[in-house]
Structures are given as structure tokens and as C-alpha cells.
Design a protein around this ligand. Sequence first.
Ligand SMILES: Nc1ncnc2c1ncn2[C@@H]1O[C@H](COP(=O)(O)OP(=O)(O)OP(=O)(O)O)[C@@H](O)[C@H]1O
Ligand SMILES: [Mg+2]
Length: 183
Amino acid sequence: MKHTVAIYPGSFDPLTNGHLDLIDRGSKIFDELVVAILRNPEKAALFSLEERVTMLEQQTGRWKNVRVDSFEGLLVDYALRQKAQAVLRGIRAISDYEYELQMALMNRKLEPRLETVFMMPAEAYSYLSSRLVKEIARLGGSVHGLVPESVEERLRRRVNGVAPADGRGHSLRASKEKARRSG
Ligand SMILES: Nc1ncnc2c1ncn2[C@@H]1O[C@H](COP(=O)(O)OP(=O)(O)OP(=O)(O)O)[C@@H](O)[C@H]1O
Ligand SMILES: [Mg+2]
């Protein structure tokens, strides 16, 4: 019998309820779903890789066919190593479509055996992104209902200047100061 494995890649900085909505949908149609955090040294993240892994593991334990991993380099290479047949991506609005189409077609060019599958979140999450969540938290707004409660708590601590234990994520206050200093 066919065993389908899909990779759900992203930065998950931080995990939102939109991501969880997609993981739930993906877990229903694939035998195995690997949520894979892209390790991108170029992009300064608010939460360290370890923190993002922890957030995801805490929230995805309820799905027995979902596991959490991280990767570096080309997604198609990672997908082949994982013996995955598909990549799962979310489409929120038309604005996601252009970039996602480009990525999907480029990945197909690189590895024709790998299919990209798009899913739409519940309407309530169709305007939700990690970037916006970070912005709201930084400006003192409530992100209740947009992220799991433990993530809400982590965001609160981080915007109040608590640096991660491994010193690798960035405190928002520190990055704001840095931005101010550099003009
Ligand atoms: N609310 C959402 N509904 C559906 N799909 C989503 C949602 N948020 C993110 N995704 C999808 O999850 C995947 C990983 O996204 P990513 O980690 O970049 O999250 P993001 O919220 O877009 O973060 P950022 O704002 O930093 O880009 C992408 O396919 C993205 O389209
Ligand atoms: Mg994004």
C-alpha cells in the first residue's frame, strides 16, 4: 500500500493557529506529515531554532502522524532524504499565490517527482501571519486566539526583553534599540 509523506516547511517564527490549522488538515490527508523548520542563517528570527522546535512539539503531540524537524539548504533535497512525495503549503490570499506558484514551479523543475499541495486555512486565519503576530505583540496588542496560549506567553516575555537561553533569538527591545542606534 502507498505510504504518503509530506513536508510542511516554514520558519514558524512563531507558530500560529494558522499553521496549526494547516497541520490539522495536512495530517488528515497524508500518512505522515513532517513539519520542517527552515534553518536560515540570513534571516534574524525572534525565536531560536530550539524554541521553535519546542513550540511545535508541544502543540503537535496530539497528532500521531506529525513530527517536527529542521533543515538547511534546498527543500527538494531535504524532501528526498525524508522520502517525501509532497510539499504542503498554505495559501491565505491572492497575495500568497504568486510567490507560492513561483516556488512550486521552481521546485518542480529541480525535482519533478515532488508535488506541491496547497491548502486553504479556515477563514478566521486567512489574514494571520507570524510577521503580523510579532508586530502586534511588539506594539502591545493582544494576540489572544491567534497563537496557542504558551506561544502568547513566550511572545509577551520576549517583547519585554527576555532574551532566549541560548542567546540566539533576538529580543525585540534589543533589535529596536539596535535599529534606533543605526539610525
Ligand atoms: N494563517 C495561515 N493560513 C494558512 N497558511 C499559512 C498561515 N500562516 C502561514 N501559512 C503557511 O505556512 C507556511 C509556512 O509559513 P511561514 O513560516 O512563512 O509563516 P508566515 O506566517 O507566513 O510567517 P512570515 O510572516 O514570517 O512569513 C507557508 O506555506 C504559509 O503560506
Ligand atoms: Mg510567510
